[in-house]
Write a protein that binds this ligand. Structure first.
Ligand code: SF4
Ligand code: SF4
Length: 796
């Protein structure tokens, strides 16, 4: 029986206002609105009221006050608007989106309407899908569809190769859902269980570059600004929350502040009068629940891993390097012609600047600011250049001697490190410099782990690794080879003999596909084969080889086979852009003659006389991923069969800790640690793949460094790790002008010169090239507001 309808629209939505005005005008002209609608006795007028944009006017009583010309503030209920609303008339308030469902229900009936959606959340919902997805815009979906479908299928997933980590729902007071919950059905009940609201239907997709602490701080600031001020808890509580957030993002908070944050948010939720105050806790509570580690890392480590909170990183490149090498520092020193200082700066943070400069996953490049102009800086090629040049000139000796002489006096503590891979060696390097008696146990015959055994010498020549390992020996690190702790000697024994023990065993087991034919002769585990090859013991395959996988191991196997005169095809389940191998290595493999089949998964290996005869591959849709957003899940019709003699399985590795660690492991079989100290229990620490699952060498090294720092705190109770970094003064000048220029490409071996040999392919920078490349750096570390608490207060 309503005779007057009012549509309340924020005045800044000019397009919506234009369209609504014109629609009402048209409806009036056609007799669908106004007096005697469609020649009946029923009359109804429609008016538009423009709101001033106050967020609180989303609350019904504040909205009514605003329409009445009063300040948009909520009032106590009862009386409810249906009894006493606009100008004291009984008033129904609905979203226009809700009313849009009415024609369908009238036309087709409620039971037909209920066929769409879930039992409790019927019908459809319109979402505004925005943020870091390829395909943004409005989507209308039936309730019950899951977030994976909306984000990875309709939104087509991530932009570039960034990892999606969360979606924020329902506007500023909605809440954040982590990737692990994207399997959740979109309906009111499921959202309620996750602690988020549907609200206005916003879905903001966030990736690894979004800091969840900053996200919560931003929305808290918004809600505090928009609070009408009526309730003390909302008015003052939100300002207090913001005060705590400001401390966290500046690196000034204590861990106890998180409890205050949680308690205060719950209090505001329970005691506020209207929806603004009640829901303002959602961004805080959901980020505290699902992203606690980000809060802790801001407080405990003074780090913002996403590189958003300005005081908690120096430059995005340095922040992304797991070893936090002072990249702007060594680039500046190189430009000042202080090449020895530049090398020393890299070496103080990274024991293998030459080796890692060749094979790093280049985490620094992925966040380099220069990319916003043309191409990221080649930080790795420069620290490789510094190490190679020092090696060639022999000047490294002076710097090594400096490190050896400044090594702290023996402190009487001994540390056993189990595993001589990148993580274990890095822990050993820092602990030896701090005065510990370090012994590294290794089951194989030489040190280096994956650097030695999994990376072919055309990428990392063995003499470079051998040379860099020498420094560890000179620092006093003792190596015991051919000894598998956990097998020949138990962890319990080692724990008693040493002051601290570090498990750094890596991920050694290779994943096998669950398809038929993998026991046939000619099916070879790729990583084991590479290891045997590096020791001169590999089985020489027949000519036609298929390599399954899309990571660096697959590419290394393929490029090794090409050098053995094989015909090689790599079949990868992903599109080229989704492969985890370094793009440069994929391109080299193509140049060298490796054939690629993208978006193909193995289906069956066929054989004859127990010998591989062919492989059947199933084509996949590249854009449909599982809930991690990484693995394609939908098959296409097409299946191909390729004749072949050998199939190399390079589908990744997993961790087997059972032989060494008897306690409870994680669901991935990795060893649970305190992520800030890498401590497992008592005097046992763990680093690298045994903690993370398969990761990059430099990520494992970053953990080794962290473990060394905390072992030092644990045994000596001293917080002086920073002295290992030394102090370097260098120019803090911003470049005068940024001129567009592509990354300088290092010299590479001609393709013809790569055939039938294992010579290094990338020959590295000349001096001029290295300096020209360093000159491209925009010096993001030079910022007026930067305090960089991590380097200044924590690490020197
Ligand atoms: S431009 Fe320079 S300082 Fe900035 S992120 Fe890149 S390498 Fe680092
Ligand atoms: S170690 Fe890797 S991530 Fe760090 S600066 Fe070097 S190339 Fe970049």
């Amino acid at each position: 029986g309503a005779e007057n309808c009012i549509i309340y629209v924020r005045s800044e939505y000019t397009l919506a206002l234009q369209r609504l005005t014109s629609a009402i005008h048209d409806a009036q002209k056609l007799g669908f609105l106004g007096n005697s609608i469609c020649d009946t006795n029923f009359s109804c007028s429609f008016d538009i009221v423009q709101g001033a944009g106050a967020f609180v006017c989303g609350e019904e009583t504040a909205l009514i006050a605003s329409i009445e010309g009063l300040a948009g503030r909520p009032r106590m209920r009862p009386p409810y608007p249906v009894e006493q609303g606009y100008r004291d008339f009984p008033t129904c308030i609905h979203n226009v989106e809700t009313l849009c469902n009415v024609p369908f229900i009238i036309a087709k009936g409620a039971s037909e309407y209920k066929k769409t959606g879930t039992a409790a959340s019927t019908g459809t919902k319109v979402f505004s899908l925005v943020g870091n997805v390829k395909n943004t815009g409005l989507v209308e979906i039936p309730f019950g569809m899951n977030l994976n479908t909306v984000i990875f299928e309709m939104g087509e997933g991530t932009v570039g190769n960034k990892k999606i980590k969360a979606v924020q729902t329902g506007g500023p007071s909605g809440g954040c859902i982590p990737l692990s919950e994207f399997i959740t059905s979109i309906d009111y009940e499921s959202f309620n269980k996750l602690g988020v609201i549907m609200g206005s239907g916003g879905l903001v997709v966030m990736d690894q570059d979004n800091c969840m602490v900053d996200v919560a701080r931003y929305f808290t600031a918004f809600n505090a600004e928009e609070s009408c001020g009526r309730c003390v808890s909302c008015r003052d509580g939100l300002s207090q929350l913001l005060f705590i957030y400001d401390k966290i993002v500046k690196g000034e908070a204590q861990i106890t502040d998180l409890n205050t944050l949680r308690k205060l948010a719950l209090h505001i939720k329970d005691t506020s009068l209207c929806g603004l105050g009640k829901t303002s806790a959602n961004p805080i509570l959901t980020t505290l629940k699902y992203f606690a580690h980000e809060y802790e890392s801001h407080i405990k480590e003074k780090r913002c891993d996403s590189g958003v909170c300005e005081n908690l990183f120096e430059a995005l490149c340095e922040n992304s390097c797991p070893l936090h090498m002072n990249i702007p520092g060594y680039l500046a020193l190189l430009l000042e012609d202080r090449i020895e200082d530049a090398y020393e700066l890299t070496l103080r943070a990274n024991p293998f600047p030459g080796s890692i400069g060749r094979i790093c996953h280049f985490h620094c490049q992925m966040r380099c600011m220069r990319e916003s102009i043309d191409e990221s800086i080649a930080q790795s090629d420069i620290h490789r250049y510094l190490a190679d040049t020092m090696f060639k000139l022999g000047s490294y000796k002076t710097i090594w001697n400096k490190l050896i002489h400044e090594k702290l006096n023996a402190n009487g503590f001994s540390v056993a490190i189990i595993g001589a891979g990148p993580a274990g060696l890095t822990t050993a390097y820092f602990l030896a410099r701090l005065g510990y008696d370090v012994t590294v146990f290794e089951s194989r015959t030489k040190a280096g782990g994956m650097l030695r055994y999994a990376i072919p010498s055309f990428r990392l020549p063995k003499d470079i690794l051998e040379h860099e390992l020498e420094l560890l020996k000179k620092l006093g690190v003792r190596f015991i080879f051919n000894t598998a702790i956990g097998k020949s000697v138990s962890l319990a024994q080692i724990k008693k003999q040493y002051s601290a023990v570090v498990i750094a065993i890596g991920a050694q087991k290779e994943m096998l596909p669950s398809i038929s034919g993998i026991t046939l002769q000619g099916v070879i585990n790729g990583l084991s084969w590479l290891t045997q090859f590096s020791e001169g013991q590999a089985y020489k395959p027949k000519r036609n080889c298929i390599v399954l996988g899309g990571g660096n191991t697959a590419i290394d196997v393929a490029r090794t086979l090409i050098r053995l005169d094989c015909k090689v095809t790599v079949a990868c389940p992903h599109a080229k852009s989704e492969m985890t191998a370094n793009l440069q290595e994929i391109n080299f493999a193509q140049e060298e003659g490796v054939n690629f089949l993208y978006c193909y998964s193995p289906h069956e290996i066929t054989g004859h006389d127990n010998q591989v005869k062919s492989i059947k591959l199933q084509e996949m849709f590249p854009e449909t991923f599982d809930k991690t957003g990484q693995f394609p899940i939908k098959q296409k019709e097409k299946m191909i069969e390729i004749p072949c003699d050998s199939v190399f399985l390079c589908l990744g590795e997993y961790v087997d800790t059972s032989y060494i660690f008897n306690e409870k492991t994680t669901t991935n079989n990795t060893i649970p640690v305190d992520p800030y100290t890498m401590r497992v229990e008592e005097n046992v620490f763990c680093v690298g793949d045994a903690v993370n699952g398969p990761s990059t060498a430099v990520q494992a090294m970053g953990q080794g460094k962290k473990a060394a720092e905390h072992i030092h705190e644990f045994l000596m109770n001293e917080d002086n790790f920073s002295q290992l970094y030394g102090t370097f003064a260098y120019s803090k000048q911003l470049p005068n002008k940024i001129i567009k220029s592509k990354r300088i490409v290092p010299r590479v071996l001609f393709i013809d010169d790569r055939r039938n040999n294992f010579q290094e392919v990338i020959l590295g920078y000349s001096g001029d090239q290295a300096k020209s490349e360093a000159r491209r750096c925009m010096r993001c570390d030079v910022r007026a507001s930067t305090k960089n608490l991590w380097r200044n207060n924590h690490h020197g």
